[in-house]
Design a protein around this ligand. Structure first.
Ligand code: GLP
Length: 243
């Protein structure tokens, strides 16, 4: 695993965006696995700037997102569909037909998850998968559990995640209780993985996930087994890793 320590959030965002930009330049028809949450917002801003300067071309890019809340329509400003369009897709020349997220409005979880997994498999592999890190070690919406879930599935969110994500909703009651997410196996099949983490509140989980035992109780710990992981984190998030 490569670790890049940055002085702050802005430097983390630029560094991580440069890694994705390099991927786009070296392989213009890449499949990018994308993530939501507050952490990648700065990185998406840098990619939009790269596009506006004429340095980046998304015309042959395909994207697959990690997850989506179940039950939120696309036009809800808390849906991940909305988030991705607001923060990236509306501002670059990615083709709408090449953008993929799980469909949170589809009631039939099994059909939606099987279809999404099949779609990802049909894309010849995700070239680089971007990940944020939840406070409980979740990646995508793979919550702590007694086993690693392999494929795209429907999850019931933990109280801790609902609590963490309620800041974006009018109240905790409005946070959806379920979500569709790529599985740990889906994520691990990506050729490269890029994890971004910022802030002191993530320092404990960074140290557990990347330096502790590999356990489904800390879903991100499985990343220790992936052959090509890059962690870009600011000094605060790395403040508790062992020397
Ligand atoms: C959300 C998302 C994750 C994200 C995580 C951390 O619940 N499903 O993909 O990585 O929480 O979010 P943040 O970056 O806002 O801390």
């Amino acid at each position: 695993m490569k670790i890049y320590k940055t002085k702050d959030y802005d430097e983390m965002s630029r560094k991580a965006a440069n890694i994705i930009a390099a991927q786009i330049i070296l392989k213009p028809d890449s499949t990018l696995g994308l993530a939501t949450g507050s952490t990648p917002i700065g990185l998406y801003k840098c990619l939009v700037e790269g596009y506006e300067k004429g340095d980046l071309d998304f015309s042959q890019i395909t994207t697959v997102n990690l997850d989506e809340y179940k039950g939120l329509p696309r036009e809800n400003d808390q849906s991940y569909y909305y988030f991705m369009h607001e923060n990236l897709f509306h501002h670059v020349n990615v083709k709408p037909e090449n953008v993929h997220l799980p469909d949170g409005t589809r009631e039939d979880s099994e059909a939606e998850c099987a279809g999404y997994e099949a779609l990802i498999r049909s894309l010849n592999g995700v070239d680089i998968q971007l990940l944020g890190l939840g406070h409980n070690g979740h990646i995508g919406f793979n919550e702590p559990s007694d086993q690693f879930e392999k494929e795209t599935h429907c999850v019931t969110l933990t109280e801790r995640t609902i609590e963490a994500n309620k800041r974006f909703f009018a109240s905790a009651d409005e946070v959806p209780r379920q979500a569709y997410t790529m599985g740990i196996g889906t994520i691990m099949r990506a050729k490269k993985i890029l994890v971004v983490v910022s802030g002191e509140d993530k320092a404990d989980i960074v140290s557990k996930a990347f330096f502790g035992p590999v356990t489904p109780e800390v879903p991100a710990s499985i990343l220790q087994m992936h052959p090509d992981v890059t962690l870009v984190a600011d000094a605060a998030a790395l403040s508790k890793i062992p020397d």
